[in-house]
Design a protein around this ligand. Structure first.
Ligand SMILES: Cc1ncc(COP(=O)(O)O)c(C=O)c1O
Length: 396
């Protein structure tokens, strides 16, 4: 007979002790008040470089008004899973607006970008199939691959030749999916999508891109990497999120009508989990319209990005290969990255320290994202804080 310890969850405490010993135990800071370029964390107003609120829409009056109107007209909940309780018209309207925006035949809403990736990969692949995936692809892609049971073949980051080799050796599989993040969430670099698309076409693979960090950021009016590289019609599955540049919550899959028809029957997050409230769809719809009407908003994001990135580089920080508003300050050592983040907070800037398993070991960093809402004065103050903290810790 097996004698178990009195607390079967004791191993959790052991793991936590290990995190504490390595200086990696932390609870999220508490945000009181709205998500803004200057926000109140742990009771202190700081310059906020932590959000994915690229276009500063999370507290935008137009989006809030749309949500409030939807609550008044449509209530607070959709009642049940869409395939059971029916599609609310506002969800449909958002899907149609997103399809026009993405220039695809259809889009299908998911509760989040995470469930869109995981649910789609798991639905389109089976255990005889192969997924060829960049080593830095998002966790939701990895989880989708695990759920599908397909063989996972991982290529080094952005290495198209390695991806081609994996595609070539997978030709016997019934289906092969080549998948990449459009913009990599921890490094801010852009996938070599034109070459990946050409490789997928050469080997007859399905091409899928996760554009969570490109939606609202890259391409005309923020249509994403497919538009940025002018690859319309050549990427079979695009995932986007409404939780970052679009300021709210939710994910979507854009592609053919056949893809949408299939996913509504097979994607488990759609079949077994309730959709989000109508107010969330209404504010997302307002956001999609706003980015198409307000020409300057994305230009402001990029002006701020160039200014801040250049400032960090001039100070002597290692910002890796970032090409987008995600700018990592790579420190290497995990505890040191956390110290830098803490010291920045003391100097009035919130920029999160990120360590393994979110980034590879030895690549710990402080991750920054500026938004369209930061002023030049905010960014000057933030650079000043980086200079002070970086010198205090001997990083620069
Ligand atoms: C690359 C990438 N894909 C997908 C997601 C998931 O998006 P969401 O937050 O909408 O679930 C994220 C966000 O964390 C991401 O960074």
């Amino acid at each position: 007979m097996v004698i178990r310890t009195s607390n079967p969850l004791a191993y959790l405490e052991e793991e936590l002790q290990d995190l504490r010993a390595r200086g990696l135990f932390r609870w999220p800071r508490l945000l009181s008040g709205p998500q803004e370029p200057v926000a109140t964390y742990d009771g202190r107003a700081v310059i906020n470089l932590c959000s994915n609120n690229y276009l500063n829409l999370a507290n935008h009056p137009r989006l809030k008004e749309a949500a409030q109107r939807a609550i008044a007209d449509l209530g607070v909940g959709p009642g049940a899973v869409r395939t059971i309780a029916g599609n609310m018209a506002i969800h449909r309207e958002l899907e149609e607006a997103l399809a026009r925006f993405k220039r695809t035949e259809s889009t299908l809403l998911f509760q989040s970008g995470f469930s869109a990736n995981a649910g789609t990969v798991a639905a389109v692949l089976g255990k005889e199939d192969v997924i060829v995936s960049d080593e830095l692809n998002h966790a939701s892609i990895i989880d989708g691959a695990r759920l599908s049971g397909a063989a996972k073949k991982i290529y080094p980051h952005r290495d198209v030749e390695a991806a081609r080799r994996l595609l070539r050796e997978s030709q016997g599989a019934p289906r092969v999916l080549l998948i990449t993040d459009g913009v990599f969430s921890m490094d801010g670099d852009i996938a070599p999508l034109p070459d990946l698309v050409a490789a997928a076409e050469e080997f007859g693979a399905i091409m899928m891109v996760d554009d969570a960090h490109a939606s609202g950021v890259l391409g005309r009016q923020g249509r994403g990497t497919v538009d940025h590289f002018n690859l319309h019609g050549r990427v079979h599955i695009q995932v986007g999120t409404l939780s970052k540049a679009f300021g709210g919550l939710g994910g979507y899959v854009a592609g053919s009508q056949v893809l949408a028809d299939y996913l509504i029957h097979r994607a488990r997050p759609l079949l077994f989990s309730t959709s989000y409230p109508p107010s969330v769809a209404a504010s997302a719809l307002a956001a999609v319209r706003l980015v198409q009407e307000e020409e300057g908003i994305i230009a402001r994001l990029w002006e701020n990005t160039r200014f801040f990135k250049e400032g960090l580089r001039r100070l002597g920080f290692d910002t890796g290969g970032s090409e987008t508003p995600i700018t990592p300050v790579i420190v290497g050592d995990e505890a040191r990255a956390m110290h830098l983040s803490d010291r920045l907070f003391e100097h009035g800037v919130f920029a999160l320290g990120i360590a393994f398993p979110t980034v590879p070991r030895g690549k710990a960093r402080v991750r920054t994202i500026v938004t369209a809402g930061h002023t030049r004065e905010h960014l000057d103050r933030a650079l000043d804080a980086f200079a002070r903290a970086g010198r205090e810790l001997g990083i620069i």
